[in-house]
Design a protein around this ligand. Sequence first.
Ligand SMILES: Nc1nc2c(c(=O)[nH]1)N[C@H]1C(S)=C(S)[C@@H](COP(=O)(O)OP(=O)(O)OC[C@H]3O[C@@H](n4cnc5c(=O)[nH]c(N)nc54)[C@H](O)[C@@H]3O)O[C@H]1N2
Ligand SMILES: Nc1nc2c(c(=O)[nH]1)N[C@H]1C(S)=C(S)[C@@H](COP(=O)(O)OP(=O)(O)OC[C@H]3O[C@@H](n4cnc5c(=O)[nH]c(N)nc54)[C@H](O)[C@@H]3O)O[C@H]1N2
Ligand code: SF4
Ligand SMILES: [Mo]
Length: 717
Amino acid sequence: MNDGDGDRIVNTFCRVCEPMCALVATVRDGQLTSLIGDKNSPYSHGHFCKKATGAVEVMYDADRITQPQKRVGKPGEFAPVSWSEAMSDIAAKLSDIRNRHGPSAFATFLGQPPTNGFATAVWFSAFKRVFHTKWNYSVNAEDAASLLMASELLYGSALLYPRPDLWRTDFAIIIGANPMVSHGSVCTEPLMRDALQSVIKRGGRVVVIDPRRSETAQLFEHVAVNAGTDAWLMMALLNEIIANGWIDFGFVSEHCDGLNELAELVDPFTAERASGECGVSAEVIRNLARDFAQAGSATVYGRTGTCTQQFGTLNNMLQSLLCIVTGNLDRPGGALFTWTSLGLNSFPATREATVRSRVGGLPALGGMLPSRCLVDDVMTPGEDQVRALLMLGGNPVHSSGAAGLGFADALEELELHFSLDIYMNETNRHAHYILPVATMFERADIPYKYLANMLRPAMFATEAVVKPRGNVREEWEILNELCRRAGLGGAYNNRWLRCLSAFGLAVKPKMMMDWLVRTSVSGDRYGLRRNGLSLRKLLRKFPSGKSLSDELPTGMLADAICTPDRKIKLAAAEFKSEVQRLLDQKASAGFPFRLTGMREMLSMNTWLHNVPSCMTPKRRHQLHINPLDASRLSIAEGQMVTVRSPAGTVRVPAKISDRMKEGNVALPHGWGHSGGWKRANAVPGVNSNILAAKNSGEIEPLAGMSILNGIPVAIEL
Ligand SMILES: Nc1nc2c(c(=O)[nH]1)N[C@H]1C(S)=C(S)[C@@H](COP(=O)(O)OP(=O)(O)OC[C@H]3O[C@@H](n4cnc5c(=O)[nH]c(N)nc54)[C@H](O)[C@@H]3O)O[C@H]1N2
Ligand SMILES: Nc1nc2c(c(=O)[nH]1)N[C@H]1C(S)=C(S)[C@@H](COP(=O)(O)OP(=O)(O)OC[C@H]3O[C@@H](n4cnc5c(=O)[nH]c(N)nc54)[C@H](O)[C@@H]3O)O[C@H]1N2
Ligand code: SF4
Ligand SMILES: [Mo]
C-alpha cells in the first residue's frame, strides 16, 4: 500500500512476544520510520506495546552484529569475516567432529526468540533431523517443561495442555501468571485485558493468586500466597472440593481413573494445615474452593510463577485437576484443548520423555532437554560427549537456572561453538563464530508456533517490511547452507527437497507457508475451495489478517486423550511421589525470605535492554520488598542490600513496595549485562539466576525445572 509523500505503509505483525499483535509500519527511503497497532485487525484490534518499537530500535541498533564474526582472542574478542570463510570453516569442522566422534557430538541449543518465526522453527526442526543431533537443549526447563510433563502424565501427551476459555468462563483463577505485563503465554490473546474483564461483565470473578499484588491482581481479586507453596494451596482446594462432593461424578466416571486414590492423597491437606504453609487463611481457601466448584463454568490459568518451581509439574497437574474434577475440562468456559486451521492439533500419541540427558538423565520435553544438562554433557568425558554446539538465539549464561554453575566455562571447552544471533550476548561471547541474522521486520512470516494457543483462532501473514540490514542472513538460509556444505543436501525432512537444495534449488519459506495455508482447514486447496485462503490472498485481500473463529471448539476429549485406556490419570505414580515429597519438605534454615522473579513491561528476558525505548533513563534493577520487612531490617528505599541464597549472593538496591506479601521478595531477571550491547552493559544490575543455581540432584525431579520462584534467601543490609 502507498500513502503519498514517498511513505510506504506496510501491514505486518509483531513477533517479540506471544500475542503477535498486528502492526502498521511506515517505511521511508527503505527505513522503517514508525509503527502503530493495526486498528483494522479483527484479531488484535490495534493493541500493541512499546516492545514492538523497541524491536525497530534493535534493528537499527549500532551494536547489532551485521557481519559474521570470528573469535580471535579472549571471550568477546571477535573480528569480522566473510560469510564464505565462516560457513566453510564451520561446515568443515562439523564434518570432522562428526567423523571422529559420531553425530551425537554435535548438539543444539534453542533460545526463545527464534521460536517466534515460522521459517526458523521449520528449518531448525529439519536441520536437527538431517544432522541426527541427539542432544537438543533449550530454556524450556526455565519455562514450560513442567506444563508439558503434567500433560503427559494426565492426558498421555505432552502437547495436550489446556488453555483457559477466558471469553466464556464464569470463574477464572490466575495463578503464577501476570498477563497484564507478560501479555499472556501458552494462551495467545492480544485482547487479554478485555477477555479478563469480560468475565466480570458476565457477573463472574477473576481471582489472582500471587505473592505480589501484580498488575493483573490490581485489576481483579488478589489472594497473596507465599512463593513456592502453591501446591499446598491447590491440594487444600481439591480436598475441600472432593470432601464436599462438589464433583462432576458423571464426567469423572466417564473420562477419569483414580478418584478414590486422589481423595486419599488430598485428605491430609486440610485448609488449616495448608494455610500455615501458603499464608492464605483457611477461610479464604474454603470459600475459594466452594465458589470455584459451584460456578457455572470455571478455569485455571497458570504460567511461569507455578511452572518454574520446586513443585512445577505437581502444580500444573493440580491446576488441571481442579478443572477436571469439577467437570470443567473440554467444555465452554473451562480448560480447553486446542484447535488450529493448520491441523497442528492432530493429537500425537507419544510418550515424549523418551530422550534423557547424557548425564543426570533429565527428560527432553517437546524434544527439548533442560539447559543445565549442557554443562555436564560437555564437561563429562565419555561416549556421546558434546564437542560442538549450535547456539540458536539463546543466552543461557544469563537466562538459565544453571547460570551460576560454570556454564561459561563449559562453553570454553567446546571444539566448535557457533551462534546465530543479532547481538553479542553473555553466551555467544564464548563462541568461535557469531553469524548475524535478520530481525522480524526483515523477513516474511505467518504465525506458527502460537497458532495452537489462540483463544480466537486467526490467520495472518507479513512480507518483509524492509530489506535486511548490512550483511545478515535469515536463519533458514544459514541452516540450509550448513546442511548443504556438510554434504547432507539441505535442511528439509523430505528427501526430494534435500536433493533440490543440493542442486541450489532450495524451496523457500514463502512457498512452504503458501502450501501450509492452502492445505489448511481454511485454505483454498489449490483451487478446490473457492473462498479458501492462499498466502497471496492473505497478503493482498486480508492485509490485517482474517479471523477464523471467535471461540475454541469443545467436545474433543474422547479423541484427544492419549493414555493407553483413554482415561485421564487422576493419581499417577509420579503424582503420588510428588505429594509425598511435598509433605516431607523442610524449610531452609537461615534463609527466611522467599525470592521470586517478576517480568517488567519494558524488558524481554535478556535482550531488549540496549535500546532507548525499553531502557529508559529512570529504570533501575531493584529488589522489591514489603515495608514491614524493610523496617524490621532497617532498609530504606534505594539502599543497597545483599541477597543471599544457598547458591550465591548478589547486591541490589531495595524498592519498598506494599505490593509484596510479607516474607517474599521479588527480583526481575535478565539484568546485569556484559555482552556487546553498550547501553545494556552500562546499566547497573545483576544476573538474578546466580541465586537459582542448583545441582541436578536438587531440582524439580519430573521435568527437571530450574527453581526460579520460591528460592529461599536471606536479606542483609
Ligand atoms: N530468573 C529467571 N530466569 C528466566 C526466566 C524467569 O522468569 N526468571 N524466564 C525464562 C524464560 S520463560 C525464557 S523463555 C528464557 C529466555 O532465555 P533465552 O532465550 O536464553 O534468552 P533471550 O533473552 O530470550 O534471548 C536470547 C537471544 O536471542 C537473540 N535474538 C532475538 N531475536 C532473535 C531472532 O530473531 N533470531 C535469533 N537467532 N536470535 C534472536 C537475542 O539477541 C538474545 O541474544 O529465560 C528464562 N530465564
Ligand atoms: N514484558 C515482558 N513480557 C514477556 C516476557 C518478558 O520478559 N517481558 N517474557 C515472555 C515469556 S518468554 C514468557 S514465558 C511469558 C511468561 O508469562 P508470565 O508467566 O505471565 O510472566 P510473569 O510476568 O513472570 O508472571 C509470573 C507471575 O508469577 C508470580 N509468581 C512468582 N512466584 C510465584 C509463586 O510461587 N506462586 C504464584 N502463585 N505466583 C508466583 C509473579 O509475581 C508474577 O506475577 O512472558 C512473555 N512476555
Ligand atoms: S504485546 Fe508482544 S506481540 Fe504485542 S506488540 Fe507488544 S511485544 Fe509485540
Ligand atoms: Mo518464556
